[in-house]
Design a protein around this ligand. Sequence first.
Ligand code: HEC
Length: 135
Amino acid sequence: MLVRLFLVLASAAGAVSAQDADLEAGRDLFLYFCAECHGKDGASVGPIAEMLAIEPPDLTDLAERNQGVFPIKAVAMQIDGRTPNDAHSYMPVFGPSLDSDNSSSVALPDGQTMLVTQRLANLIAYLQSVQDQGN
Ligand code: HEC
């Protein structure tokens, strides 16, 4: 259940985006792990949500709610469970489920690069792809 996710400093030349992330795989992961609460499109509420005391938030306006910047680091930490869970107890921890042998670098808004498991990178790429554009 080791989650291989850590920060590395990006050199100017070494900054990479999640170009090697696989959107389709990310979508599959989302449908498998997340859709029952967050809805198939991430914007609505899935069947399990009715049983929760807190309604799962719309995941297509994460960027909009963060001044137009997709909050990759916060999202990653929320998904893998490193964000303290007291206010977030209805959202399961997915770190172990998303562990994989390969890692991938994702670029953060502040210019740093974050190394995450390939599966988490795929999922994040998918979430980024469903952000509302017009806001
Ligand atoms: C059992 C239901 C459930 C499942 C399954 C679930 N979530 Fe959540 N999620 C929630 C709830 C409820 C919240 C709001 C928690 C809170 O505010 O305390 C939440 C919050 C979040 C947030 C924070 C959103 C914000 O507004 O800051 C993100 C990101 C997120 N979920 C992503 C995911 C992803 C990705 C998956 C699949 C890997 C997933 N969730 C699976 C219930 C779920």
